[in-house]
Design a protein around this ligand. Structure first.
Ligand code: ARG
Length: 461
């Protein structure tokens, strides 16, 4: 008979038991469930609600149960719906009446909410710290390439020369915001909801502040109905993970393109690529491809929780049990990505020659010429038009911009003078010239690198 079976005359159908169980996946919360029960039991005794001897017995037995689950010596069965029922049943089986006191002034509605919050409090911290390691790999790679020039792209067309370091550090910035979102979500979920009961609190004089202290929560939920009804904290974490995955997917796409024969900008290490079962010559960027693909399932988990919560009347509804699988899957997926990405980036090698060649088309410096004209007092739109005409003229003559003579240039651009010619000579000079805060100039990128080296040494928490 289930622990809630008192009012039932008939046993549950097996098909119903199998359909409604969550133990197959919520057992992963056991440590948090036990942590919560220990704090709750000791508070019940402190408050004179249960005998101190009962609390002592409960806490000792909970430690034993935890150890048994750790060691794989605990039997899980669909007959006991979820992790909460498993642990309470075991306490009752071992301790009789003492065990039957643990669920005083508590519901699984506030208990499960507490468990997920404790779990996410750990996971958000862990993932944020692991994203830091990815940033470290990017920053170290950027250090190696603070003078490597490549074409920067817009519309996947050559745009302007940039430093490879600048491109890598763009991702460090994106991941910094991902960490920020996780830490921000963590602040909001770090609230004690236990003590809300099923919906309305309890008539017994429980001491929520005591549980708050024991479980180290900075805050206590103000409204018991909101506490048991809401999963917006899960939505926030999944949304932060979905955005992180989106950023990973973009980095993956860059890697995949750059490793293609058409680009040949980078090579990923052998240990982080796989081969083809048919074509002996193949070396594929599968980590990047799979990560790009896994982004879809993380988005799926976000869509799932948003859809589960929409339209639910207050307060707890059993639909909310569906909050977990997608969340666990997203956390596992992100952890998987974070196991392989940092070493893959660390092992990346760049083909500097190909990158420089690709950046050496003088067409990429057309904007620089327009800006030289601006320095001479030509309005930018006019300068843009003049340089555009020069590009067309060079195309008609089948010449590159740096192959035009001074006379040809001055023929198209009346304001042209000899001193402007060197603009097309070297992408390095174009990089050097971009000495604006946040830009790709050597000095600026060195300053960005210095920022990152220092920033990554600071503690996150
Ligand atoms: N397994 C349930 C869940 O994950 C626990 C809460 C069940 N509450 C209830 N009243 N049936 O949401």
């Amino acid at each position: 008979m289930a622990l809630w079976g008192g009012r039932f005359a008939e046993a549950t159908q097996n098909s119903v038991r199998d359909f409604t169980e969550s133990i197959s996946y919520d057992k992963r919360l056991y440590k948090y469930d036990i942590m919560g029960s220990k704090a709750h039991a000791s508070m019940l005794a402190e408050s004179g609600i249960i005998p101190a001897s009962s609390a002592k017995a409960i806490i000792e037995e909970l430690d034993k149960i935890e150890k048994r689950i750790d060691e794989g010596n605990f039997t899980f069965t669909a007959d006991l719906e979820d992790i909460h029922m498993h642990i309470e049943s075991e306490l009752i089986a071992k301790l009789g009446d003492d065990g039957a006191r643990v669920h005083t002034a508590r519901s699984r509605n506030d208990q499960v909410n507490l468990d997920i919050r404790l779990y996410l409090r750990d996971e958000t911290k862990n993932i944020a710290e692991r994203i830091r390691l990815l940033q470290k790999a990017l920053v170290e790679k950027a250090e190696e390439h603070k003078e490597t020039i490549m074409p920067g792209f817009t519309h996947l067309q050559h745009a302007q020369p940039v430093l490879f370091a600048h491109h890598l550090l763009a991702y460090a910035e994106m991941f910094e915001r991902d960490i920020g979102r996780l830490m921000d979500a963590r602040k909001r979920l770090n609230v004690l909801t236990l003590g809300s009961g099923a919906i309305a609190g309890a008539t017994l004089p429980i001491n929520r502040e005591s549980v708050q202290k024991k479980l180290d929560f900075p805050a206590i939920s103000r409204n018991s109905m909101d506490a048991v009804a809401s999963r917006d904290f899960t939505c926030e974490v999944l949304s932060a993970l979905a955005i992180f995955a989106m950023n990973i997917s973009r980095l993956s796409e860059d890697m995949i393109l750059w490793m293609s024969q058409e680009f040949s900008f980078v090579m990923l290490p052998d240990a982080y690529c796989t081969g083809s079962s048919l074509m002996p010559q193949k070396k594929n960027p599968d980590i990047a491809e799979i990560s790009r693909g896994k982004t879809g399932r993380i988005y799926g988990s976000l869509m799932s929780i948003l859809t589960i919560c929409k339209g639910l009347p207050l307060t707890y509804n059993r639909d909310l049990q569906e909050d977990k699988e997608g969340l666990f899957d997203a956390i596992d997926t992100v952890n998987g990505i974070l196991s392989v990405f940092p070493p893959m980036i660390a092992g990346l090698t760049a083909n500097k020659e190909n990158m420089l060649n690709a950046a050496s088309d003088p067409g990429l410096l057309a904007t620089d010429l327009a800006e030289k004209l601006v320095k001479k007092g030509v309005p930018f739109r006019t300068a843009h038009h003049r340089v555009g005409a020069l590009v067309r003229f060079a195309g008609e003559k089948n010449k590159k911009l740096n192959e035009l003579s001074t006379e040809e240039m001055a023929g198209v651009i009346p304001e042209f003078d000899e001193s402007m010619k060197d603009v097309f000579q070297s992408p390095a000079a174009a990089i050097e010239g971009r000495d604006i805060y946040g830009a790709t100039g050597y000095k600026q990128v060195a300053a960005q690198l210095a920022f990152w080296v220092k920033h990554l040494q600071e503690d996150l928490f």
